[in-house]
Design a protein around this ligand. Structure first.
Ligand code: CAA
Length: 373
């Protein structure tokens, strides 16, 4: 996969537009069939374009961008290809951001430049089969062992499993939420393995699967933050991570709407009928989702806690993208019955946004708890 390196004069916005037009849009049909470049190749292409470390400061090899830049990037990629968007979103947010927020200077220098160049792809390993949405019920154990820990357990539904080089792994070092710690685990280490990618209903270009940890030795130098703060690391990562999923949902909705508009124009040209009321509602909901996402991203940039606003944005935008994609299928029928029609792809891709980085039932719980505090 080749991409031209960014020219220094390009703004971040221009770089994103160029990257989406020249790299992402051409591979989108193959990604939808699960036959596109690997997640590693996507990260490497983003690295060449100077976009694999948007949130990472310049001095650590990143683009020094804001969360608003990050949201714009994820939305723009998702408008063309939702699979590529989730790979890059996870890499940039829950995969890299915990190092930015909680990493030691040594960890930052060791990992962030390679992640920003796209030479390393990052993943985030919190979810377990037994706990699911109840993240604090995780059972993966990290036992002290000399100058490090031994990690054993199984994580599931891990984005980029089998492709990522580095995982932020959340594991139990004691009891309760205060007995959870975070670790940086390299995929090449002895005892780390992944199963075959899951066969999902959508997002076929993004690999999802299990991460198995079989007595993996992790040096103390790879513990992220103090022992016992891992739940806070995970929750803080998810706060801004949910802004990314919200941006992905906006991109999917906009991508579906683009197809509806072009199809409707063609039909009007042939004296066909168009459901203008629904079309207007889809536009209004998509714009509202984008504004909620930008608002949440701006709050992260201003250093405010964004738990409430991120959940509101994620809830509204992901419900919107599913609704928009569903209407898009209706409005582009009968051609949209084709498995690989652009709105059929988006209809399947949209659903995961309501599920990952906290189901929308969990978002409602978070919102209500924030209001009742
Ligand atoms: N920021 C900082 N700290 C937080 C926090 C936040 N947003 N939310 C909670 N905490 C702290 C609390 O203050 C509390 O600390 P104290 O014990 O010191 O008071 C502690 O964490 C426990 O908080 P709760 O009692 O609220 O925890 P809980 O067990 O009730 O769980 C939950 C809360 C919101 C339901 C949580 O389990 C959750 O978010 N579940 C969803 C999991 C999830 O989103 N998974 C996504 C996987 S990643 C993914 O999907 C990526 C991908 O592939 C695309």
């Amino acid at each position: 996969m080749s991409t031209e390196a960014a020219t220094p004069a390009e703004t971040l916005t221009e770089r994103v537009v160029h990257f989406v037009d020249s790299v992402i849009a051409p591979i989108a049909p193959a990604m939808a069939r699960g036959a596109g470049p690997s997640p590693k190749d996507i990260a490497s292409a983003a690295g060449e374009a100077g976009l694999a470390g948007i949130l990472t400061p310049h001095e650590l090899g990143g683009a020094g961008g804001s969360h608003q830049d990050f949201a714009y990037f994820v939305e723009s990629v998702a408008r063309a290809c939702a699979s590529s968007a989730v790979i890059l979103d996870v890499h940039l947010s829950v995969g890299t951001e915990p190092i930015l927020l909680f990493g030691s200077a040594e960890q930052k220098h060791r990992y962030l430049p390679a992640l920003a160049r796209g030479e390393m792809l990052a993943g985030f390993a919190l979810t377990e089969a037994a706990g699911g949405s109840d993240a604090a019920a995780l059972q993966t154990r990290a036992e002290r062992d000399g100058n490090g820990y031994r990690l054993s357990g199984a994580k599931t539904f891990i984005t980029s499993a089998g492709a990522a080089d580095l995982y932020v792994v959340i594991a139990r070092t004691g009891e309760g939420t205060g007995g959870i710690s975070a670790f940086l685990v390299e995929s090449a280490w002895k005892g780390v393995s992944t199963g075959a990618p899951f066969h999902k209903m959508g997002l076929h270009g993004s690999w999802t699967g299990e991460l198995i940890l079989d007595s993996v030795h992790v040096p103390v130098a790879n513990r992220l933050g103090d022992e016992g703060v891992g739940f806070r690391v995970a929750m803080a990562a998810l706060d801004s991570g949910r802004v990314g999923i919200s941006a992905q949902a906006v991109g999917i909705a906009q991508g579906a709407l683009d197809v509806v508009v072009s199809t409707s124009r063609l039909r009007l040209g042939r004296s066909g009928a168009v459901d203008e009321v629904t079309l207007a509602d889809l536009e209004a909901q998509t714009v509202a989702s984008r504004l909620l996402t930008r608002h949440a991203a701006a709050l992260v940039d201003s250093g405010e806690r964004v738990t409430l606003e991120a959940s509101v944005a994620k809830l509204y935008s992901t419900d919107t993208c599913v609704a928009v994609a569903q209407h898009a299928v209706d409005m582009c029928a009968p051609e949209s019955a084709d498995e690989y029609h652009p709105v059929a792809i988006r209809f399947r891709d949209a659903k995961a946004c309501q599920i990952y980085e906290g189901t929308n039932q969990i978002q409602r719980m978070v919102i209500a708890r924030q209001l009742l505090r």
